[in-house]
Design a protein around this ligand. Structure first.
Ligand SMILES: *Cc1c(COP(=O)(O)O)cnc(C)c1O
Length: 381
């Protein structure tokens, strides 16, 4: 029987240790064991985002919930928001915020490109935005945004705007610095580069944004969410990070146990920790992309390596469904296209253990060998 291998841009393959954590006996959500685990996971989440002052919020949900967390806690009717779109996920974030009454000014990149900084600067100089929203890696195209550059522009030309980042496809596999880059809100999910199962919404909130939500925001005319309220969750997260159990709504105990294990593997299993993992992932990504373009003559959506993601590869193919089936018949599962406005393409995810341990597990190497076989025998690409 062939070994099955999941190479989608999330969920990703789990390491044996993460899988093992999921078969533990049931434990109480207020037990000392769980509280200590949650405390570790919260502290390690801060290390993952490179922050000392940020407030982590970890609750049940998927990546998408992070958009709603921002919408329901921050956005008031008619708030003006600049959203820099690099694809499908940025557009969905925009739809979410529109639902909370925001007036979203959307700057659309040409597919495969970023929005030039100059264009963003002009917008910031002309308007007054409550927040500037971007996606670090849009998983529909594999475009890597210049988060640091955009945040610098905001600091210079619109310092009162909150800087908001969707990091679902980048936290854990791209360089990201919450404090140094002056980010106010960043969201991710457990099942992408972090390498835990789906089910956790993981966010980081700056002290400045937290102060706004807790003390300054006027919610007189807003309908607000009960479950998503930072005012409800903040005391819980603060208590847990001090090692004291506290209850608002039951946390997904087993998922948090698995998150704790996954974060330790990312942050503490190698001498240089996260940086080493990210470097290894980038190396695998560079190798894979180079093989596909140089050896197989395939074309990727982003053309500029500076703006190309390291957690997935998008390749133009004539018949994505046929390629996906060929790989699936050989045990390797990849993803199809998301944007309809450009020629057909396929997406290969290589986040987490598949990338940082490719030297040993050969996950990406195996995918490459199959792609080569497909290209040479079928010549349909
Ligand atoms: C996957 C993804 C999401 C959505 O996450 P879900 O867990 O599927 O809700 C949002 N943004 C980006 C950039 C993603 O890659």
């Amino acid at each position: 029987m062939i070994k099955k291998l999941l190479l989608t841009p999330g969920p990703i393959e789990l390491t044996p240790a993460v899988r093992q954590s999921l078969v533990a006996n049931s434990i109480g959500h207020l037990s000392p064991t769980f509280t200590t685990t949650f405390q570790n996971a919260l502290n390690n989440t801060k290390r993952l985002f490179k922050t000392t002052n940020g407030q982590p919020i970890i609750i049940s949900g998927s990546g998408t919930l992070g958009w709603d967390l921002f919408g329901s806690n921050v956005v008031n009717r008619n708030d003006s928001i600049l959203l820099i779109s690099t694809g499908f996920f940025s557009d969905s974030f925009a739809s979410c915020l529109t639902g909370y009454g925001a007036k979203v000014d959307k700057l659309d990149a040409i597919p495969g490109h970023i929005v030039p900084l100059k264009t963003i600067q002009e917008k910031l100089q002309k308007n007054n935005y409550k927040a500037v929203v971007m996606t670090q890696v849009d998983t529909s195209t594999a475009v890597l945004n210049d988060v640091q550059g955009i945040s610098q522009l905001v600091k210079e030309f619109s310092p009162n705007s909150f800087v908001v980042v969707d990091g679902v496809c980048s936290i854990g596999c791209e360089v990201f610095e919450f404090d140094n880059w002056n980010i106010d809100y960043c969201l991710t999910a457990s099942q992408k580069a972090i390498g835990a199962p789906p089910g956790l919404s993981i966010s980081m909130v700056s002290p400045r944004l937290l102060k706004y939500v807790m003390n300054e925001r006027d919610t007189t005319d807003q309908v607000t969410s009960f479950y998503l309220s930072f005012k409800k969750w903040l005391p819980i997260m603060e208590s847990c990070i001090q090692g004291k159990p506290s209850y608002f709504a039951t946390p997904p105990v087993q998922l948090i146990l698995s998150l704790d294990v996954a974060l330790k593997e990312l942050l503490d299993a190698t001498p240089r920790g996260l940086d080493e993992r990210i470097e290894k992932s980038s190396k695998t990504s560079d190798w894979f992309k180079q093989q596909l373009t140089k050896e197989l003559g395939l074309k990727m959506i982003p053309q500029d390596p500076q703006y190309t993601a390291h957690g997935l590869t998008t390749i133009y193919v004539e018949n994505p469904a046929d390629l996906i089936k060929f790989l699936a018949d050989n045990g390797v599962f990849i993803a199809g296209p998301m944007l309809k406005s450009i020629p057909p393409y396929a997406r290969v995810g290589h986040m987490g253990v598949s990338a940082w341990d490719n030297d040993n597990n050969q996950h990406i190497t195996r995918c490459y060998e199959l792609l080569r076989e497909y290209c040479t025998t079928k010549s349909k690409v």
